[in-house]
Design a binder for this molecule. Structure first.
Ligand SMILES: Cc1cc2nc3c(=O)[nH]c(=O)nc-3n(C[C@H](O)[C@H](O)[C@H](O)COP(=O)(O)O)c2cc1C
Length: 467
């Protein structure tokens, strides 16, 4: 059933949003299965450039990447990517993946184009064979790849952009401009002692497409929020129209908003649904909402429905390796699944939910920095920009002005999350260990799985939620 809330645009809002889950957990396969059911399937746009080149280095089994790339309207961008990254039959399993340069503010044209094509590919495949809605999820904390990523998704006619992990004030206006193929500038969050200085990143869609390119559809923009104050700020101060909200509880998987006080969540961290509802925009409830009762209650509170993550992360279509999914199901059944909120692990500084699995027990966390998505941007004394990640090796981090307190307890999310989807780097013959993020609420599992099944599909999740 669809909620029609905006008759002027005849927009039909879904009851279920399959939450964006990076990196590569909510992939095109999962979003496609959800969109086919006419609910909102969301691909994660995080690190898609690396994910595309690793899929190509793995031989692109099934030819999906190449099929989507063949549909890309500007083949001159596609050719060098295939030439440089595709390995027929795939690289040997114990061989190191070739890396692309880490994201910077002055990205090379070819790196922008890789982002454009990678995001096009993921949205294109999520939309293939259905007429449902497809969204892209990006994190405000990862700013450098954002504009080319959004543009690539828009070339594939993405319907919705969902952003959390910060206050994405600049994005709605950027979507307006990019849909008209106009140049965009976005404020960069830069660590600097001189507060008066402003740093910008810019992107010009027109330089990547032909003169006859028609304007693109401007996707809806939904912000993930955990406080009504943030919702109000976005409505008032965003650079363009905010079209809806996802209200996320702190029990949700992935990153969470930091608690208002100290290192523990309390009643104070629960968002006032009434105040968000009073803003008059559509909204969805997220975090421990994966049941038909929660869906009903959300609607009674004025929401269009719920955004669900963990239940989809555990489904057959998600990017997480079967081994990890199976182990998590077994741990849950044995009563040993322990989801912790780790206040230190993430280089973003945000709390991060994680679970231990066999593959990462008793080994040191990876501290190499070769993907660089979560590097902090800082202003050097000479006014140029530098990049440092608190999860990288300590010495260079501190030499670049970082502190040992910042580095304490940090994990390399970039490499750990890619290992979780079976694309971990191999260094000197050893695979990087996975880092698995998960939500606290697993009540959905028994009703969906019953006592006999050992796995379930995205369809099963939707059937259960709509029961
Ligand atoms: C494995 C996993 C990865 C996630 N990654 C992201 C992400 O990259 N961006 C984001 O906005 N939310 C992320 N989330 C949060 C989900 O989009 C969703 O809001 C949340 O999972 C809802 O709560 P639930 O897990 O209890 O269903 C992630 C959640 C999980 C379980």
């Amino acid at each position: 059933m669809l909620n029609t809330l905006d008759s002027s645009q005849a927009t039909a809002y879904p009851e279920i949003i399959q939450g964006g889950m990076g990196a590569g957990v909510s992939n095109w396969r999962l979003a496609n299965a959800v969109a086919k059911r006419r609910q909102l399937g969301v691909i994660s746009g995080t690190a898609l450039d690396t994910i595309l080149i690793r899929r190509l280095q793995d031989g692109d089994e099934g030819g999906h990447m190449r099929r989507a790339m063949a549909a890309f309207p500007y083949q001159e961008m596609v050719k060098p990517i295939l030439r440089d990254w595709f390995i027929d039959g795939g690289k040997p399993i114990d061989e190191t993946y070739k890396l692309k340069p880490m994201p910077t503010a002055d990205m090379l044209r070819e790196d922008e184009e890789l982002l454009i094509v990678a995001n096009f590919v993921e949205v294109y495949l999520a939309k293939e064979g259905n007429t449902g809605m497809v969204g892209i999820n990006l994190l405000e904390k990862i700013q450098l790849p954002t504009l080319p990523s959004l543009f690539g998704a828009m070339l594939a006619e993405v319907d919705v952009v969902i952003m959390g992990g910060g206050i994405p004030l600049g994005i709605p206006g950027a979507l307006d401009k990019m849909s008209q193929l106009q140049p965009v500038e976005m404020k960069l969050n830069v660590i600097t002692s001189d507060r008066s200085q402003e740093f910008l990143t810019s992107f010009h869609p027109g330089t990547h497409v032909s003169a006859v390119q028609e304007p693109l559809k401007r996707p809806l923009f939904f912000a993930v929020i955990s406080s009504d104050i943030l919702a109000k700020t976005l409505v008032k101060k965003a650079s363009g129209q905010v079209d809806g909200f996802v209200i996320e509880h702190y029990n949700a998987g992935g990153h969470n908003a930091p608690p208002r006080r100290g290192d523990a969540y309390s009643e104070r961290d629960i968002c006032s649904v009434e105040k968000v509802a009073a803003l008059g925009l559509p909204f969805w409830m997220a975090g421990g909402c994966a049941s038909p009762q929660d869906l009903r209650q959300a609607k009674e509170a004025g929401a269009c429905g719920v955004q669900v993550g963990t239940a989809f992360a555990c489904s057959e279509e998600s990017g997480i390796t079967d081994q990890i999914k199976t182990e998590i199901i077994q741990q849950h059944r044995a009563g040993t699944l322990n989801v912790i909120t780790d206040f230190k692990a993430s280089p973003t500084g945000y709390p991060f939910k994680r679970v231990e699995v066999e593959a990462n027990s008793g080994r040191d966390a990876c501290r190499a920095c070769d993907l660089g998505y979560l590097r902090h941007v800082y202003a050097k004394d000479d006014g140029t920009l530098g990049y440092r990640c608190p999860a990288s090796p300590r010495k260079p981090f501190i030499n670049k002005g970082g502190t040992s307190e910042e580095a304490e307890g940090k994990h390399c999310l970039c490499n750990g999350l890619l290992a979780t989807i079976g694309m971990g780097q191999v260094r000197r013959g050893t695979a990087v260990q996975p880092l698995v993020t998960w939500g606290e609420d697993m009540r959905f599992l028994d009703p969906i799985l019953g006592s006999h099944k050992s796995s379930y599909s995205a369809n099963d999740v939707i059937d259960y939620l709509l029961a």
